[in-house]
Write a protein that binds this ligand. Structure first.
Ligand SMILES: [Zn+2]
Ligand SMILES: [Zn+2]
Ligand SMILES: [Zn+2]
Length: 240
């Protein structure tokens, strides 16, 4: 049986092809051996993990962007003095804040992947769609139950790249003052890359377990039980 490697092109930290001496002309090679894909999937564990974290963040990011756009609205015309005629020029009133447009775009990215799943999933005929009334609140939960299908197909790398990329860009562009349930730093070196880059991820979806992850992008480890024991980290008890 051949091992499939991650379609996104991930490599294993510190592991190299036999003809790699650890550098190229320009810089150090941190690892060039492709990272294996998860069983039956075309993405590695780190991509699976990042994609699910990004999906979980979508509703929060969208409502934050809507909030940012609302705060930036000019005062309503009712508060203008009588001398100033409230503008009824439609081109004026339909100027939307960039954050609002970015939220729309993120929703349409989610929407387009829902369409792909609903068009191509082998079980599509028996599949109920997401409840669009509560979009995107339930849409991302819906995708979370079905996206594994995407991760088994040619779409895997595209899907992962789009979802993770969009969420990261928007979070960077519109930083939230205090996002709910942030990852907690774990003050122990990562057993794989030895950097002080471990974080304790809170539970994002019901049924998930808490995870200790490495935020060093080259490593991107998700610690297994043995490794968690090894670092002697006692997880604080999580509120349900
Ligand atoms: Zn290398
Ligand atoms: Zn990967
Ligand atoms: Zn690490």
């Amino acid at each position: 049986m051949t091992t499939t490697t991650c379609d996104y092109g991930c490599t294993i930290y510190g592991q190299h092809y036999s003809d790699c001496d650890g550098r190229d002309e320009i810089r150090e090679c941190r690892g060039c051996l492709p990272r294996p894909a998860e069983r039956d999937l075309r993405l590695c564990f780190a991509c699976v993990n990042k994609t699910r974290n990004a999906l979980a963040a979508v509703p929060g990011v969208v409502s934050w962007l809507r909030h940012v756009a609302d705060l930036a609205k000019p005062p309503s015309s009712a508060r203008l003095s009588d001398d100033i005629v409230a503008t009824t020029d439609p081109s004026h009133s339909t100027v939307l804040h960039p954050a609002w447009l970015d939220a729309d775009e993120l929703e349409s990215v989610i929407d387009s992947w829902i369409s792909v799943i609903r068009a191509e999933h082998p079980n599509r005929r028996n599949m109920a769609g997401p409840n669009t009334d509560t979009f995107p609140g339930s849409a991302n939960l819906w995708i979370d139950t079905h996206w594994i299908y995407l991760a088994m197909t040619d779409h895997a790398a595209d899907f992962r790249g789009q979802i993770v990329g969009h969420v990261a860009t928007l979070r960077h562009r519109y930083p939230e003052p205090d996002s709910a349930a942030p990852a907690r730093p774990v003050n122990k070196p990562c057993p794989r890359c030895e950097h002080l880059t471990l974080v304790h991820q809170p539970i994002r979806y019901q049924g998930d377990e808490t995870r200790i992850e490495c935020t060093n992008d080259d490593c991107a480890a998700v610690l297994n039980d043995d490794e968690v024991t090894l670092i002697h980290y006692n997880a604080p008890t999580e509120a349900a």
